[in-house]
Design a protein around this ligand. Structure first.
Ligand code: HEM
Length: 397
């Protein structure tokens, strides 16, 4: 293999596991070059990725002069006032998960259904083709996150503008990205203050109230950081997964027909589309080796290396998944790592699953003949965010 290998890999072919990922596991670790020009080590095998997610020798703190940067300014990923490693992280995360309960997620299911129905009504009234991203994939998770966090209806448009600016890593010039970031933080500070004054049933109010057994609470800074983190992590990931996952399904009419014949397949189909992880690389799961780490095959990750835990490669590891390159919407044993693992395991996984299931089923029921309006091979990615979903997904019916 040529060195350096650029990462993220090219998304080719667009609707399948990328070619570059197919034979990656021949080596346990691959040296890559990131868009920032910084080198990193990509861990490729399921067994290693899983165990390293929980390995205390890998730190999530990349606010270090010799650590690789995820984005050029790296602000969000290296807040000097936040310790992202256990035990400090475990304490804060425990408070957050206490507030983000299973019943809170379930209570959002009818809300998500209502939002999806309204979005599909609007979609049906539009001239075809319609861009699925604009019609459904992006508005749904943003509405759900606003609902979860208690953003008043009249402020959603402003919130979306601020979040989109925040996520425009390359689309906007740096001063504008910085302005959007400051604007978002200021907006969220105002939101938090309004929830202090008038608490509601929302998650921000719950985060303000939440205490652990010893009466510990989130500090003001932690509250702002996590509210922002939830909004960002909850919105664009789910949106990109819903867009890319649906595009894959629509490209495979046979699978759509299979689901139509048995709607109970929706949860396993959604899980399998998550396993494929074609909506984003794993660049967000960057770690820093605080000491030498020897992997099971004897490969050594040197102290001071930046490490990317490549879920997209682990998810197609032949040692773990039968026929890993086959999209099997009936797959039962599907312990993919698209939500990570260990102390940073995605706190919103159930919320994401719920939305993906509700939206996929409603879309296929509402438009029995829905299909891509352009050949799947022609879909292109807009690499202007942390996620790299398709810039546009034209559909017709
Ligand atoms: C398909 C949708 C989603 C995917 C693929 C996804 C993926 C991930 C991954 C891989 C991580 C681990 C990061 C790491 O180890 O460094 C993570 C963490 C996180 N996710 Fe998600 N996520 C999704 C949806 C959501 C939603 C809906 C929310 C909000 C409700 C959310 C909130 C978070 C937060 C706050 C963390 C940090 C947890 C921690 O550091 O302890 N995510 N997510």
């Amino acid at each position: 293999m040529e060195i350096p290998v650029w990462y993220p890999f090219p998304w080719h072919p667009p609707l399948e596991v990328p070619e570059a990922v197919r034979n990656l596991r021949r080596r346990a670790v691959v040296e890559v070059m990131l868009p920032t020009g910084d080198p990193a080590l990509l861990v490729t095998r399921y067994k290693d990725v899983l165990s390293l997610f929980a390995d205390p020798r890998l730190s999530r703190n990349i606010a270090r002069p010799d650590a690789a940067r995820i984005t050029r300014d790296n602000d969000r990923f290296s807040d000097p006032n936040i310790d992202p490693d256990p035990p400090a992280h475990t304490r804060v995360r425990g408070l957050v998960t206490r507030a983000l309960t299973g019943s809170r997620v379930e209570a959002l299911r009818p809300v998500a259904r209502g939002v999806v129905d309204a979005l599909l009504d609007a979609m049906a009234a539009q001239p075809r083709p319609v861009d699925l991203n604009r019609a459904l994939a992006f508005p749904l998770p943003l509405r759900v996150m606003c609902e979860l966090l208690g953003v008043p209806a009249g402020e959603r448009a402003r919130c979306r503008e601020l979040v989109d600016g925040f996520l425009s890593v390359t689309r906007l010039p740096p001063p504008e990205v910085r302005r959007a970031r400051l604007g978002l933080r200021r907006y969220l500070d105002e939101l938090i203050q309004s929830k202090r004054d008038t608490p509601g049933d929302d998650l921000v109010s719950a985060l303000i109230r939440v205490t652990d057994g010893e009466g510990d609470r989130l500090t003001e800074h932690e509250l702002g950081y996590w509210t922002e983190g939830l909004l960002i992590a909850g919105y664009v990931t789910t949106a990109s997964q819903l867009g890319t996952g649906t595009a894959v399904l629509l490209h495979r009419r046979d699978l759509v027909e299979e689901i139509r014949g048995d709607w109970a397949l929706i949860p396993t189909a959604v899980e399998e589309l998550l396993r494929m992880q074609i909506m984003s690389s794993s660049i967000g799961t960057m770690r820093y080796a605080t000491t030498d780490i020897e992997l099971s095959d004897g490969t050594v990750i040197k102290k001071g290396s930046s490490v990317v835990l490549a879920a997209e490669s682990a998810n197609v590891d032949e040692d773990v998944f039968e026929n890993p390159f086959t999209l099997d919407i009936r797959r039962r044993e599907n312990h993919h790592l698209s939500f990570g693992a260990g102390p940073h395991l995605c706190v919103g996984a159930d919320l994401a699953r719920m939305q993906l299931q509700v939206a996929t089923e409603a879309l296929l029921r509402r438009f029995p003949d829905i299909r891509l309006a352009r050949p799947g091979e022609e879909l292109t990615r807009g690499a202007d965010g942390f996620c790299e979903g398709f810039s546009e997904i034209p559909v017709t019916w």
